[in-house]
Design a protein. Structure first.
Length: 251
């Protein structure tokens, strides 16, 4: 049996009568950072929803951390050791940064407050922009700061697998760079990461491998560095716009 953290095997996904994924297979090995890339309606977000149990495969199988997740609720998938950073951040706006961090460790609450506070301090070392905002309401943070908080909150879970959906969406180039520095920091700590992303440049720079989706099909897959350096793949599947310096709007 595979030791991969994630094994999506020949999966078809439907929303009602509309098929979103066609015979998709994805694997993520322990310690890897794997990017799923593609444009709008390519199926990349559906791929991460499949791993989280938010959608169910009509055909094929999905294994996460050695467990067949068919029929499991998303909360049960999370309990296996999966952390999620959803598209749109979804911080708790009426809670402080500190309280959001502690909420990330809710499933670890039996470990004691002292340990959780130590981990919160470590989260601030990973995301130093949050230190000055520690007592500030999350709803008053900028979009980039909220993205950092969502990532720090997920890290507080100490996940064996971290799923990140569109980490750069809507952020200024300055914050995109900081977010990807944080992702690289998590990777250096041995966190296994599966992320979906529309902007290819930064994702391919930090990922070990990547899958490019097009209209629900895997168009190409391979080592991230090779994909980033292949002009024909850039033109055919990723689009030259994905490799320009200014990919997002300012927040």
């Amino acid at each position: 049996m595979s030791d991969d953290v994630v094994t999506i095997d020949h999966v078809d996904i439907f929303y009602g009568s509309v098929q979103a994924l066609f015979d998709v297979s994805v694997r993520v090995a322990p310690g890897e950072t794997v990017a799923v890339l593609g444009g709008n309606a390519s199926g990349k977000s559906t791929t991460i929803k499949t791993v989280l149990g938010l959608v169910q495969a009509r055909r094929g199988s999905v294994r996460v951390l050695g467990r067949d997740i068919r029929g499991l609720a998303t909360s049960q998938v999370a309990a296996l050791g999966v952390g999620s950073i959803p598209e749109g951040r979804r911080v708790f706006p009426e809670m402080t940064v500190h309280e959001n961090l502690l909420m990330g460790a809710y499933l670890r609450r039996n470990e004691g407050r002292r340990q959780l506070e130590q981990d919160a301090e470590e989260a601030l070392a990973l995301f130093p922009d949050l230190r000055a905002r520690f007592g500030q309401l999350a709803g008053t943070l900028s979009g980039g700061e909220q993205q950092m908080l969502a990532m720090a909150r997920a890290w507080m879970r100490h996940p064996q697998l971290l799923c990140i959906d569109e980490p750069s969406m809507g952020l200024s180039p300055r914050f995109v760079e900081r977010i990807y520095e944080a992702i690289a920091g998590l990777k250096a700590r041995g966190v296994t990461i599966l992320m979906v992303e529309q902007s290819a440049t930064m994702a391919l720079a930090v990922a070990d491998r990547a899958y490019v989706l097009r209209s629900g099909h895997i168009a190409v897959e391979g080592e991230a560095a090779a994909l980033a350096n292949d002009p024909s793949i850039r033109r055919a599947y990723l689009g030259e716009r994905a490799f320009t310096e200014k990919e997002t709007d300012h927040v």
